[in-house]
Write a protein of this length. Structure first.
Length: 198
């Protein structure tokens, strides 16, 4: 992904530090990863359902995802206001926030949980599969620089990862977890777009 994700940004001559470029870069990453996974799954005759790319319990997944997204987005706006980021600024970023966060939500849920949960279950069971993927997902955030309270941030990421994994297992699909993840990313991306630590 790192070889190609900045190509569209360069072609369009976008400022890589601005929200439109960040969103385009994330969509490019997501398309590359998701297409690679789907092509390889088809090539090796791996069911897309085995990586949660299926309808599954769509109704429950959408309820979980939309409610989670709404709650997280609300917290994101409230946190932004406490950091001095006005609503007018946030409103201008809404299209880029949605594009970035939805692309990242699907991409990271597929990569962090979709590829592994069902594969671990025969060895670890449902609970421990979710636990292991949540630990790995949280550990992947150890080096972040956008949080001013890293231990607290990692604890929240771990709990959110457990919830996302539970939702994926419960609905047998990625969609609810991806929406929930996208909402949680709004908390982070408002700060990143504004250039402040959250």
């Amino acid at each position: 992904m790192w070889l190609f994700d900045d190509l569209p940004i360069k072609w369009l001559r976008l400022d890589s530090k601005k929200p439109p470029a960040m969103a385009l870069g994330k969509v490019t990453d997501a398309v590359i990863l998701i297409c690679t996974v789907i092509v390889l799954a088809r090539l090796f005759r791996i069911s897309l359902g085995s990586i949660y790319l299926q309808k599954g319990g769509l109704r429950l997944g959408l309820i979980f995802g939309i409610v989670g997204f709404a709650v997280m987005a609300t917290f994101g706006v409230l946190e932004a206001q406490s950091l001095g980021i006005g609503f007018e600024r946030i409103r201008a970023w809404i299209p880029w926030l949605l594009v970035f966060c939805l692309a990242n939500g699907v991409m990271e849920e597929l990569f962090a949980r979709g590829l592994f949960l069902k594969k671990f279950e025969p060895f670890l069971g449902r609970f421990f599969s979710n636990l292991v993927t949540a630990i790995v997902f949280a550990a992947g955030h150890v080096g972040v620089t956008y949080s001013s309270a890293l231990p607290t941030f990692l604890g929240v990421v771990f709990v959110f990862a457990l919830l996302a994994g539970w939702a994926m297992q419960k609905t047998d699909a990625i969609w609810g977890s991806a929406l929930f993840h996208a909402g949680a990313d709004i908390l982070i991306m408002i700060g990143i777009f504004a250039g402040v630590k959250t």
